[in-house]
Design a protein around this ligand. Sequence first.
Ligand code: NAD
Length: 478
Amino acid sequence: MTPITVAYGDGIGPEIMDATLRIITAAGARIKPEVIEIGEKVYLKGNPAGIEDSAWDSLRRTRVFLKAPITTPQGGGFKSLNVTVRKVLGLFANVRPCASYAPFIDTKHPNMDVVIIRENEEDLYAGIEHQQTPEVVQCLKLISRPGTEKIIRYAFEYARQYGRKKVTCFTKDNIMKQTDGLFHKVFEEIGEEYPEIEKEHWIVDIGAAKLADTPEMFDVVVLPNLYGDILSDVAAQIAGSVGLAGSANIGDGFAMFEAIHGSAPRRAGQNMANPSGLLMGAIQMLVHIGQGDVAEKVHNAWLKTIEDGIHTYDIYREGVSKQKVGTKEFADAVIDRLGEKPQQLKPVSYSNAKKTIEIKLKPAEPVTMETVGVDIFLYHEDRDPNKLGKALEQITVGELRLNMITNRGTRVYPHGHPETFCTDHWRCRFKANGQAISYRDIIQLQQKVTEAGFQIIKTENLCRINGKDVFSAGQGAG
Ligand code: NAD
């Protein structure tokens, strides 16, 4: 018996969790659920995280979490429980299979069978946002090499384990050359270790358009956090319904499984909700805990139920569906079909997926890192870049002197265009003719800039790693 932590959640949560546990237990799941309370009631008791310490104890014990959707109360101050659990347990991969079930469930894409693997911890989701000047706010986009290696390797290992043929990576590295550039580079590097798997990379805009138009061209898709967040919903929706998709959040030694939809409070307590999304999450959980045999039995019985036209209200269609049923009756119909396989839809097999995917990172290689300049960001109300440039050119520390000024990334000094719109936020780049500098030089420079009456809002070092400059140029900079 594998202990698992279970949360019944809010709204339709308790009904769909009950249906899910009934089905997997009837199929012979060897699990021992420990129930914890999370969500609305915990928030309203005054706990802003929506989860109590005793719940963490259970999660630390079982390391496997089957979670029904919860309601986040309206009003400020409540933290997203999903984000908290993901971050605390280091759940770096979000895995969302999106398949269509034509002709039984309406879709424009009858041959779609895509798995979206989204990086879950980094990118613009670190929550590091600042207002820097009265006119400008920023959000830091952080991409790390180990974080990227983990998710890319997970995508290839997943493809190998589930017999998938191709892994596609989406980034916007033509614009974000450092952050998305790293994600793409690591994809190419790690991809070489999986010669049997086809690899492709698309710029995310055209890739997203293709995914929405011809999803059957894709198999496994791996993406940084923000693109993954958006495109995993697009993929689930075009497959037929967000109500049918489950997702796994996987970390090193911890995992959380859930439906992708919310708690649908208006449908709560009416025996109407479709339990399929959570059931799909539970199937992923069974594979994760080494019970692929049970997962296969449940999934095939579910496919047979869908094929037999036994549908909840959300997927019911006159002429295609045979019987409109409630949550409980749907679960009963799946239980009645345990051991059966679908006739028209493709049966699933989890015989190769017998183990948890474990990711081992390669040890970091030694690097040389030097500082070759600094970007000093100023809050400066006067909008004349030439006046600012001339004043800053007077300020030097050894060889360190003004190289250029940009406003919102566009070079405005020297040789700016008078048409460029300028805000109160200026990036002033100082370099030392390619020579390495010390942080002491940067402090001296900041002191001189401050003494000249300028207001510094932050600085960023310009780095050279293994002899290569690794910072962006200004737009329009030659
Ligand atoms: P929702 O997913 O709950 O509902 C959207 C629509 O889909 C509704 O019309 C609903 O009736 C329908 N629907 C959803 N699941 C269904 C199912 N299983 N069967 C049949 N119909 C279903 O999204 P929402 O209304 O935006 O959010 C409601 C609450 O859920 C909010 O408090 C939100 O914060 C929360 N939420 C929780 C999670 C989570 O816990 N993972 C995810 C998303 C939203």
